[in-house]
Each structure stands twice: as C-alpha cells, then as structure tokens.
Design a protein around this ligand. Structure first.
Ligand code: GLY
Ligand code: MN
Ligand code: MN
Length: 442
C-alpha cells in the first residue's frame, strides 16, 4: 500500500538522526521532494496503468576505474527520482495496479554495507527511513527484486493484465527485462507514454525547481555579460556563468555550455569555448543550470564591444520580434508545431531585404521549441496541445556564416490558464537591456 503518510515528526526525527545520509536530496539546495507529491505521482501512474505491473529501475553507479576518476556525481534516473525522490543506485520500484484490489508499491534497495560506506558515504537501506522519505511502506532488499518481479509478472493477479516496461535503449540492453518480457504471458507495454504525459505537466514542487533553475541561470548569464569584452576568452564567460550557477545551488549543468564568438556563434552546439573575443563580434551564450534535477535552457546574444552595430541590431531585433510573435500566441490548446509555423512565417514576412536575396528564415535552421523539465530536451509527445504547467523553450535564431554572424534568443516559458509566464525573465533580453548591463561593466 502506498497511501499511508508518515507523520512529519517521524520524518524529522529520522532525518535528524542520520545527518550524513543523503539519499534523497536531503541537505541539497533544492531539498527533498515532499512525500505527498511522490505519493500523488505514484497514485496517478497506477490509475493510468489500469491493470498491470510496472518496473522502474534506478541508475547504476559508474565504475571508478572504467568510467570516471571518481564517482562523486551519481545522477539518478529521472523516472525513478520522479516517483521516489531518491538517489539510490541499483534500486527498483515496482508498481502493481489491479482492477479490483488495492494497488501495491514495492521499493527494492540494496542492503547497507559498512565497508563500502567507508568509501562513498552512508547509504539508505530498506526500512523505516526509506519509508519516511518516500511514503512507500513496503521496502525490501534489492537482491530479492528479480525473483519477486518474475513472480509478480507471472502471478495469477496479472492474468489479462499488462507488464509495463520502459522500452528505451536501456531496457533493450537489459537481459533481465528481455527475458522477463519474453517469458511472460502478459502483454508487454511501454511505460514511457504514461510517464511522459505525467512529466509534461509540472506539479508545484517541480515548478519550484524549474523557476529556481531559470532564475539561477539568468544570473549566470548576467555574470558572463559582465566579463565579456575584447580580449576575453570564451571559457572565461563560461566560467563566470557556471561558477554563478554552482554558487547559487545548481548541482550540475543542464547541458554543456555553448559560448561562441564570431563565426563560432553560427555553430549551433559549439562547445569548445577556446576562442578569444574580438571587438565587433557577437557572442551566442547558451547556458543553463540544473537545480534539484530540473533544467533551464537560456540563450543570450551579446556584442563584445557592448554595443550592437546597426546590422547586428537589425538581425537581433528580427529574432526578438519573431520570438515575441511566438510568445504572444501561447495559450492552452495550441501545439508547439503551430507555434513553430507562426514564428517562421513571422520571420519570413518581416525580413524585408535584411537577408536578400531571399528571406531570413532560410538562416533559421533549427526548431523553435522543445519540452523542458528533468532533461533539457525533455520527454513528451510533441503533438500534445498546450495546457497549464507545461514548460518549454522558445528559441528562434538566425545564423549567417558568411558574415560570421549568429543570433539566438532562447527563453523558458510555462503555460498558464490564459497565456504564458516567462521563467527566464531575469536575463536581459532586449538589445537595450543587454547594452545596459554591458555598459555597466567595470
Ligand atoms: N541548449 C540546447 C538547446 O537549446 O536545445
Ligand atoms: Mn533549447
Ligand atoms: Mn539552449
């Protein structure tokens, strides 16, 4: 059973008694996901499942010898974190939905190991503490997981039911899942669409994290604007932003930072950051923080000298107006595909002779928007009509390599009942706002 809520006092007592334990964002800047949110997400998923068994695995630790010099940055699988709030390697979440009986939820965690904990810190094992953090009453040792999951899937309770798996690349590589799927009489279904539809609409704990990610990222952009000048290096702008992200509580980057000056500004995912800024160039800075597992994705384009040239300003303002035309069209019911068309049509119609012969939309070589959430290019069906609390980017651009001129403006928005709210409003966006911040450089 998944419904019983631990009393707040019990949670606090358990957390206070284990100050070194950090299995669930305890002590992280974003804090743990409140148990009531986790329970609500699991209840929602169980309802969507109808009659079936779903298995969601945590991430695995990376090998110290093989993968990374140290494994200090364990990042939990997004779906596992979304449903448990935990950061626990080699763990399993099993949800069983049945037509006529109450649902069952099992959390499998590796047993504690005092020798291993001397190296990598205290871990969470099955028991009362795991229950307090997740709201899942039935916690079990992970070495029981495979045998028990097999029996759940084969059990009579699932006759006629569905066996839900995340059928991505990970599951394809996973021999346990493959054998189980082959060996069961139950129909095997992809859990992805059910979870994606849920993750597309953010709850208020997710929105708190997303707002903070965007706010921190905006401050990082301002810090980068302040160090930009002729002679500065791309990596110095990147360092100023990333240091700001980290000092404001971001635990990771949402994606590798992109800072490209001059011709590099026309390479969409340029990530070397090795060039020196020259007077007269534009710099495209696409940088975002991850805060409490949620991403921001912001791009600003700035003039190295502090002032846009007349030509740069015309292109910049066309990109900005295109973005505004898309933003003004956001409302529940419209699709991202339609917003993309609106942006492209706007740019085409308002190009004048800026990109003659032809119109500037031929230099807008990527899509307008993507879903944003636990991943920077987050899960979700792109045909879904917008609804409140969906979050995505709006990012038109014009890239003209022959002029070494690239402009992208990227903001993060959440859909409201009547329109949108700009989450990334803290980053100067109009040319005048950008010039003002750059004019105040020391
Ligand atoms: N930062 C990657 C993107 O804008 O999609
Ligand atoms: Mn983006
Ligand atoms: Mn971006």
């Amino acid at each position: 059973m998944d419904g019983l809520m631990p009393r707040a006092a019990l949670v606090l007592a358990l957390l206070a008694s284990t100050p070194t334990l950090a299995p669930a964002q305890v002590g992280s800047p974003a804090g743990p996901v409140p148990v009531e949110y986790l329970a609500a997400r699991r209840a929602d998923l169980l309802k969507r499942m109808g009659n079936g068994v779903a298995v969601i695995r945590s991430s695995e630790k990376r090998s110290i010898e093989g993968d990374y010099p140290q494994d200090s940055d364990y990042r939990e699988n997004n779906d596992f974190f979304y449903l448990t709030g935990l950061e626990t390697p080699s763990s399993w979440l099993v949800l069983i939905a049945r037509d006529t009986l109450p649902p069952q939820v099992y959390l499998y965690l590796p047993a504690r190991d005092s020798m291993a904990e001397r190296w990598t810190g205290a871990r969470l094992g099955p028991g009362a503490e795991a229950t307090a953090l997740t709201g899942i009453e039935d916690t079990r040792a992970a070495d029981l997981a495979e045998r028990q999951i097999r029996s759940f899937v084969r059990s009579r309770t699932l006759q006629g039911g569905t066996f839900y798996l995340l059928l991505g690349k990970e599951a394809e590589r996973d021999t346990f899942f493959q054998q189980l799927a082959l060996g069961t009489g139950a129909g095997v279904s992809d859990l992805r669409p059910l979870l994606d539809a849920m993750r597309l609409v953010k709850d208020s704990d997710e929105m708190r994290r997303m707002r903070m990610a965007a706010e921190i990222s905006a401050k990082g952009h301002v810090a980068a604007m302040r160090v930009a000048r002729p002679g500065a290096w791309e990596y110095q702008l990147e360092g100023a932003a990333e240091g700001t992200f980290r000092s404001l509580g971001a635990e990771r980057l949402a994606y590798p930072s992109i800072v490209g000056t001059g011709i590099n500004a026309t390479t969409l995912h340029y990530d070397r950051s090795r060039s020196q800024l020259q007077a007269g160039e534009l710099v495209v800075m696409d940088m975002g923080a991850e805060y409490g597992f949620y991403a921001a994705d912001i791009t600003r384009t700035i003039p190295v000298s502090g002032k846009f040239s007349p030509r740069q300003l015309q292109i910049y303002n066309l990109v900005l107006a295109t973005q505004q035309a898309a933003l003004d069209s956001i409302k529940p019911g419209i699709t991202l595909g339609r917003l993309g068309q609106i942006a492209r049509e706007y740019m085409k119609e308002h190009s004048g002779d800026l990109c003659a012969p032809g119109t500037c939309d031929r230099y807008f070589i990527h899509g307008l928007s993507h879903w944003l959430g636990m991943d920077v290019h987050d899960v979700g069906n792109y045909a879904t009509p917008l609804a409140p609390n969906m979050v995505f980017t709006v990012e038109p651009g014009i890239y003209i390599p022959e002029e070494k001129l690239g402009v992208r403006i990227e903001d993060d928005v959440v859909v409201t009942a009547t329109g949108y709210e700009l989450l990334s409003a803290g980053a100067p966006r109009t040319a005048a706002e950008v010039e003002k911040v750059m004019g105040a450089r020391k």
